[in-house]
Design a protein. Structure first.
Length: 259
């Protein structure tokens, strides 16, 4: 078992521990009041993520260093995204749901990522089925950022342009060789992690729940786009994202109770 695999298992254990620590107080809040739907859906999402993490730990111990085929963890991950989407639905009440720009951006960006996942893995069914929930999840995040006015116009433009610039470099990586491929690879990874760091800091400082969901979304994109030690960095960021989302969900739930 390589050092990289050992670190991957360790991070999965940390993720599982964090999720358990999140679930214990969350369940207590739900037991006190079953109408706390935001916390309910988030807790169910956390449970799915915990099952996925436990499955991954077992797989890495039994078959270290081998690629996992389509398995139960994919079902748990799909459930995670759908339940997080349901939690966002409890917060969004704007009537202007069908804004063309938001729908077009969501469709194009998620579709391009699914195409990249297929190109990297060669697993058509898994990547298409697994990618479908992301359309709805990203659209809800975008709606939330718009309605809450979480970003200034220049920041919003950057958030629209940067993801497509990144997938452009990722596509170039697939189509080129030699120095051009290495350069495209370097630019893609640099932008992925720069954007992830900026989004993480912005979401934590602002306390905006939609930006924190966006941070979580981007850590998943980074995890699916990277391998090796960069994947471990993305996983660590993903754990942080779950913590900050929980803090926002808890705050929002208690605020609604006061009302």
């Amino acid at each position: 078992m390589t050092l990289e695999t050992k670190l991957s298992i360790l991070l999965s254990i940390v993720l599982a521990a964090v999720l358990i620590a999140i679930l214990i107080p969350s369940v207590k809040m739900i037991v006190k009041d079953r109408k706390r739907f935001l916390m309910l859906f988030f807790s169910m999402a956390s449970m799915c993520y915990l099952l996925s993490a436990l499955y991954w730990i077992a797989y890495e111990i039994i078959r270290p260093g081998t690629r996992m085929p389509f398995a139960a963890d994919e079902i748990a991950d799909c459930s995670l995204i759908l339940l997080l989407s349901a939690s966002l639905e409890t917060l969004l009440h704007d009537k202007k749901k069908n804004i063309p720009g938001e729908l077009i951006f969501t469709f194009l960006y998620v579709s391009v990522n699914i195409a990249l996942w297929i190109a990297w893995s060669g697993e058509w069914v898994q990547d298409i089925v697994f990618g479908l929930p992301y359309y709805y999840f990203l659209w809800l995040i975008i709606r939330g950022i718009r309605t809450s006015k979480a970003l200034k116009r220049p920041e919003l433009i950057a958030c629209i342009v940067a993801p497509f610039v990144i997938v452009g470099f990722q596509t170039a990586n697939l189509l080129t060789t030699g120095n051009l491929r290495n350069a495209a690879d370097l630019m893609a990874y640099s932008l992925i992690y720069f954007f992830m760091a900026w989004l993480g800091i912005k979401s934590i400082k602002s306390g905006n729940i939609y930006l924190r969901y966006a941070f979580f979304f981007w850590t998943l994109i980074a995890m699916y786009s990277c391998s090796g030690y960069l994947y471990l960095v993305a996983t660590s960021s993903n754990i942080l994202a779950m913590i900050v989302i929980y803090l926002s969900v808890k705050k929002e739930t208690l605020k609604n109770d006061i009302r």
